[in-house]
Design a protein around this ligand. Structure first.
Ligand code: CO8
Length: 258
């Protein structure tokens, strides 16, 4: 599929997906959502880390496209919300790590997209917020769920009820992002983080991601039991043999993802 609003770049085992709709600050309309869906559904098997960012230095994604939503009725709103939520869930449940490199405004659906990624880093001009109630709607791409999980209910409620956008330093303080960088170095730092992941066993990372996701809604006992099963499974992998042999032989491991 040719994309009108995405730029896709490969750097060895890393795929960089750049959302590019500069006239509307990369706002997400249904065409862009479908393009993202297609891209993440058809990632090359050799992709081991996905980086998502926005085009330009002003915006990651300034939200869902307000001009498209303005004329929706209840059924249309439900459908649009479902589309975005399904695409973001697909991103969240990819077997590989996904890093959001947030290079400016991440408002509404933009903040929700960043939150569907495993890890968020941002530029020092980034702004995060859920301004939906000012438009007469609520976060509709799973923001009420993920924001509360990420920063706690109190902060999520304040951000959602007031619609107040927060700057990068506050996003860092509340744990919404892991690190803040100069705009010009953001992508390099994302690539550096991805490179560190690439040095490790892919299957082990996938299992770890799976455990963290599963344990979200489980009791402590069930989460610990689930981790134990996945821990055991690691020992059935070639990478476990290789990783431990390499350590004992004082050499670098060569992982194959098997
Ligand atoms: N949708 C459509 N167009 C947008 C959007 C958007 N979200 N954001 C910016 N644009 C457009 C502007 O209309 C403008 O277009 P034009 O040049 O034709 O006038 C262009 O982008 C540039 O924007 P500004 O001139 O406003 O740029 P500023 O630097 O003055 O301001 C802001 C930047 C602060 C980002 C401002 O553009 C803004 O407030 N944008 C809207 C932010 C917002 O409210 N986002 C949340 C949208 S709602 C949402 O995301 C809900 C998600 C769940 C959906 C559930 C579905 C049912």
């Amino acid at each position: 599929m040719d994309y009108n609003f995405l730029k896709i770049e490969r750097r060895e085992s890393i795929t960089i997906l750049t959302i590019s709709s500069p006239k509307t600050l990369n706002a997400l309309n249904s065409t862009i959502l479908r393009e993202i869906d297609d891209c993440v559904s058809n990632l090359d098997a050799s992709t081991r880390v996905l980086i998502i960012t926005g085009d330009g230095e002003k915006a990651f994604v300034a939200g869902a496209d307000i001009s498209e939503m303005a004329h929706l009725d209840e059924a249309g709103g439900t459908q649009f919300g479902k589309l975005g939520a399904a695409v973001f869930r697909k991103i969240e449940t990819l077997a590989i790590p996904v890093i959001a490199a947030v290079n400016g405004f991440a408002l509404g659906g933009g903040c929700e997209l960043a939150m569907a990624c495993d890890i968020r880093i941002c530029s020092n001009n980034a702004k995060f917020g859920q301004p939906e109630v000012g438009l007469g709607i609520i976060p509709g791409f799973s923001g009420t769920y993920r924001l509360a999980k990420l920063v706690g209910q109190g902060m999520a409620k304040e951000m959602i009820y007031t619609g107040r956008a927060i700057r990068a330093d506050e996003a860092l303080r509340i744990g919404l992002v892991n690190a803040v960088y100069e705009p010009g170095e953001l992508l390099d730092r994302a690539l550096e983080m991805a490179d560190r992941m690439l040095k490790n066993a892919p299957l082990a990372i996938q299992y770890a991601k799976d455990c963290i996701a599963e344990s979200y809604d489980l009791s402590a006992d069930d989460a610990i039991a689930y981790e134990n099963v996945m821990f055991g499974k690691c020992f059935a992998s070639r990478d476990q043999k290789e990783g431990m042999a390499a350590f004992l032989e004082k050499r670098k491991a060569t992982f194959t993802g098997e």
